[in-house]
Write a protein that binds this ligand. Structure first.
Ligand SMILES: Nc1ncnc2c1ncn2[C@@H]1O[C@H](COP(=O)(O)OP(=O)(O)OP(=O)(O)O)[C@@H](O)[C@H]1O
Length: 277
């Protein structure tokens, strides 16, 4: 079967990359935000997209999720060309991706259990009892069993991240996307969330794409790190190789630990002026 003919239900050979990005260029208005991104994510790997504030991490993530249309370039997810995919195939693909958004994105008027069940309600015709059982199973996996009837406002920051992860995995996705999973958490809770991501991958075998600017988190969970800088990929390599890199911009990023990790002067000036520096 040709790659073009593959469907979301048949993503091709097991060892084929689950995500392939080729020459991705994107703009916000006249500003080039991503500038020729090439990237692959392998089956079962945890790829961390790291970079300073404004480097383009969230924009890249939104492209991988098919939420933005590129200026040029191609993205293939589970064998599907995002530029060519139609409505039904897009929905089928979407069901095979789990997303844990920064901040959780839980619905405040729904209980934890109802939030976890949402993808099942949207994408399946299972009866309610079955959906509840599936949601409870995932709450067990993220160590939130017993908290299913709480409302999001009653959860701590770490519990919100856990609930978001439970919702992201409730459909057993082939790829789990996590946007800043440990941001805003105290170090102990952040480490626990990092460990949970490692445990989920070990238990479920999915690929995981994590966007973060937390260096320690990236070093702990990544099989490979993609370093983004001003819309370009500086390197995609193992944790050891990235740590040992002598690229000045990568060293700059690594040495920012302990300083304000969000302070990227170039990105800040670009935001103010709208001019690519
Ligand atoms: N909707 C938008 N309209 C215009 N410019 C945008 C928009 N979203 C992001 N940008 C700009 O695109 C650039 C990349 O932003 P992006 O959010 O992808 O970076 P990031 O690496 O995720 O940053 P952070 O770590 O601060 O979230 C920034 O300069 C930002 O100001």
């Amino acid at each position: 079967m040709s790659a073009a003919a593959q469907t979301a239900a048949d993503p091709g050979p097991d060892n084929a990359p689950v995500i392939e990005v080729r020459g991705l260029v994107t703009h916000y208005g006249p500003r080039k935000i991503l500038d020729g991104i090439d990237l692959e994510v392998q089956p079962g790997e945890i790829l961390v997209i790291m970079g300073g504030s404004g480097s383009g991490k969230s924009t890249l993530l939104n492209h991988l999720l098919g939420l933005l249309v590129p200026t040029s370039g191609a993205i293939r997810v589970l064998g599907e060309d995002l530029n060519a995919i139609d409505g039904v195939a897009r929905t089928l693909l979407r069901q095979r991706l789990g997303v844990a958004f920064q901040g959780g994105a839980l619905f405040s008027s729904l209980s934890v259990l109802e939030n976890i069940m949402l993808p099942l309600i949207e994408h399946t015709r299972l009866d309610r009892k079955t959906m509840e059982i599936m949601a409870r199973l995932k709450l067990e996996v993220v160590n939130l069993a017993g908290f299913e009837h709480l409302m999001p406002a009653e959860l701590s920051g770490g519990m919100i991240k856990r609930a978001a992860l439970a919702r992201a995995i409730v459909m057993d996705p082939r790829i789990l996307f996590c946007d800043e999973p440990s941001a805003g958490l105290d170090p102990v809770v952040a480490t626990a969330i990092d460990q949970l991501i490692l445990d989920l991958r070990a238990a479920m075998g999915m690929s995981v794409v994590v966007v973060t600017h937390e260096l320690e988190s990236a070093f702990k969970i990544a099989d490979r790190i993609c370093v983004l800088d001003r819309g370009k990929v500086l390197a995609v390599d193992t944790v050891a190789a990235i740590r040992a890199s002598d690229h000045p911009r990568i060293r700059n990023l690594l040495n920012r630990q302990g300083e304000d990790p969000d302070l990227d002067v170039d990105a800040y000036l670009e935001r103010l002026t709208g001019i690519d520096l």
